[in-house]
Write a protein that binds this ligand. Structure first.
Ligand SMILES: NC(=O)C1=CN([C@@H]2O[C@H](COP(=O)(O)OP(=O)(O)OC[C@H]3O[C@@H](n4cnc5c(N)ncnc54)[C@H](O)[C@@H]3O)[C@@H](O)[C@H]2O)C=CC1
Ligand SMILES: O=C([O-])CC(=O)C(=O)O
Length: 326
């Protein structure tokens, strides 16, 4: 049995937290041989609710759960953390875009970035889930100058998984038949889900679907899926978001299959001409706990235009929070 690792989760009493924590403790994120210590972070008004979650986690008697602590102080919750899932933030309601949350949520991520800088493990892996996730990750990263910027990521895995599901439905296949799906850019309505390099049972996906479906149905459906769920459920997606967070952290840590890649929002190094420093979703392969952007993909004019539009939005979001980027 390995030594336990510390996993901090903010927003632990929220909707996503309620789906996420039990799966982490069950070993879905880091594997069946990796014990975990859970460090739950909430705000004072939610401390009663989080105590209820703590009781339930205890009552599951998870063999891999080696410690459990809840606090309303980020400096305590992030202490020595090896993994931090930044979930705690306000969700959007009907009729809002995710960037409408920027003002309400940005302050959370600057304070938490500082706390990460002060107390987390120097090799911590950070995932921003709270919206707008890319720019929140950017804020946290800039407030943690002593941590490698590459350790800060944001979640577009839910978009990636949504794209797999849509393509599988359309082609009468299973999600596991699909390889090399990509989501580029922002976790927002400008994101670009791209099937240009994807295959279904080894055949080019672009040969299996028609252009009209791709442009008029597939891309807008994936872009608007979060809003469709809010409309249907009255609340934003939670179980699927938690599942995607598990997938993101698992693949980053344990690796992606040789013949496939995943989408992660990471710091742009200028690959594919995207402005350096933005937290932008790229296709990545993960090995030995590190991710690498998949290089050398052919980008046609249709893709280029969409990749630029979502980059433009991220540049605007970065400008809007300049005062929080030391
Ligand atoms: N990146 C993605 O793909 C997705 C992101 N989201 C986002 O995740 C966030 C959380 O969503 P839900 O769990 O549904 O919301 P929720 O409102 O059910 O839970 C949020 C929790 O965060 C807590 N919180 C607020 N400020 C905090 C702070 N400073 N420190 C610690 N905890 C804090 C609240 O007390 C609450 O318990 C939202 O911003 C939502 O938009 C949701 C789905 C997908
Ligand atoms: O749409 C929202 O506000 C929640 C979210 O990020 C998603 O479901 O992708």
């Amino acid at each position: 049995m390995k030594a336990p690792v510390r996993v901090a989760v903010t927003g632990a009493a929220g909707q996503i937290g309620y789906s996420l924590l039990f799966r982490i403790a069950a070993g879905d994120m880091l594997g069946p041989d990796q014990p975990v210590i859970l460090q739950l972070v909430e705000i004072p008004p939610a401390m009663d609710a989080v105590q209820g979650v703590v009781m339930e986690l205890e009552d599951c008697a998870f063999p891999l759960l080696h410690g459990l602590h809840a606090t309303d102080k980020a400096e305590e919750g992030f202490k020595d953390a090896d993994y931090i899932l930044l979930v705690g933030a306000k969700p959007r309601g009907p009729g809002m875009e995710r960037k409408d949350l920027l003002e309400a949520n940005a302050a959370i991520f600057s304070a938490q970035g500082k706390a990460i800088n002060d107390v987390a493990s120097r090799s911590v892996r950070v995932l921003a889930v709270g919206n707008p996730a890319n720019t929140n990750a950017l804020i946290a990263q800039h407030n943690a100058p002593d941590i490698d910027p590459g350790q800060f990521t944001a979640m577009t895995r839910l978009d990636h998984n949504r794209a797999l599901a849509q393509l599988a439905n359309r082609t009468g296949s299973h999600v596991t038949d699909i390889r090399q799906m990509t989501v580029w850019g922002n976790h927002s309505a400008t994101q670009y889900p791209d099937i240009s390099h994807a295959t279904v049972k080894g055949q080019a996906a672009s040969e299996l679907v028609d252009r009209a479906w791709l442009e008029e149905t597939f891309i807008p459906t994936v872009q608007q899926r979060g809003a469709a769920i809010i409309k249907a459920r009255g609340q934003s997606s939670a179980a699927s978001a938690a599942s995607a967070a598990i997938d993101h952290m698992r693949d980053w840590t344990l690796g992606t299959p040789d013949d496939d890649w995943v989408s992660m929002a990471i710091t742009s190094d200028g690959s594919y001409g995207i402005s350096e420093g933005l937290i932008y979703s790229f296709p990545v392969r993960c090995r030995n706990g590190h991710y690498e952007i998949v290089q050398g993909l052919t980008i046609d004019d249709f893709s280029r235009e969409r990749m630029r539009a979502t980059e433009q939005e991220l540049n605007e979001e970065r400008d809007a929070v300049k005062h929080l980027l030391p």
